[in-house]
Design a protein around this ligand. Structure first.
Ligand SMILES: N[C@@H](CCC(=O)N[C@@H](CS)C(=O)NCC(=O)O)C(=O)O
Length: 236
């Protein structure tokens, strides 16, 4: 482990993408300071935040003790997990074969499970109009992805063999399985993994960070200000 005495600043809101990083920091036992970015109120567009996270999405971090002892900022949850995994040399193996397996499943999450489940949440929960084609399209895609994970977990305890940042990336997106129209009883290996993951103290603690700010779908579905901020964004 390299120097980790200074707290890492985590720009965060309690959502599946934010949880990935609180879970990792809890697993590492690394000191961190939460900077809330209230995405329903547009704080992701504040110039100071955009400087470190130009995609106006959280999570992002600033590590005051970055390479060469100088601060570094990182945005994109996958890049943050990889950075922390390298810095602390944990949950992201350096052996090339093992590392490739972690990266396959990490990128599978950030490019597949996350975006597809996010669209399922949108069309099933938030969209003012219920569009059957969109609901089916994203619920079916989640179902397919759950099947892929279930098969993988038939032969592996965790996605990449040993517990890794790939599992941390996925858990927050499987937790709301009901919002994606899925039943874990249809996926017994995934269910076994899900229960093992949720039993980890760091996962439980990471998901609880900022839970007082978490809002139910129905709240957002009625909150015109949040909808105006979050939905229908275009280039600025
Ligand atoms: N690819 C990004 C996605 C992050 C993301 O979508 N964050 C959402 C919350 S889960 C956000 O900050 N949304 C703000 C907005 O939509 O303006 C990552 O993995 O970090």
């Amino acid at each position: 482990m390299t120097g980790n005495s200074k707290a890492i600043e985590l720009y965060y809101w309690p959502t599946p993408n934010g949880w990935k990083i609180t879970i990792m920091l809890e697993e590492l036992g690394a000191p961190y300071e939460i900077k809330y970015v209230n995405i329903s109120r547009g704080e992701q567009f504040e110039p100071g935040f955009l400087k470190i996270a130009p995609n106006n999405r959280m999570p992002a971090i600033i590590d005051p003790d970055g390479p060469g002892g100088q601060p570094i900022s990182v945005f994109e949850s996958g890049a943050i997990l990889q950075y922390l995994g390298r810095k602390f040399a944990r949950f992201y193996p350096s052996d090339e074969r093992a590392r490739v397996a972690v990266e396959e499943w990490l990128f599978w999450q950030v490019g597949g499970l996350g975006p597809m489940a996010g669209q399922a949440h949108h069309f099933r929960g938030y969209a003012p109009e219920k569009i059957p084609y969109a609901i089916d399209r994203y619920s079916n895609e989640c179902n397919r992805l759950y099947g892929v994970m279930n098969k993988r977990l038939a032969e592996n305890e965790f996605l990449a063999g040993d517990y890794s940042i790939a599992d941390m990336a996925c858990i927050g997106w499987i937790k709301p399985y009901g919002r994606q129209g899925q039943d874990l009883n249809d996926f017994p290996n995934l269910k076994r993994w899900f229960e093992a993951m949720m039993a980890r103290p760091a996962v439980e603690k990471g998901i609880r960070v900022g839970e007082e700010h978490r809002r139910r779908i129905a709240d957002i579905a009625e909150d015109k200000e949040a909808q105006a901020v979050l939905f229908g964004q275009r280039a600025r």
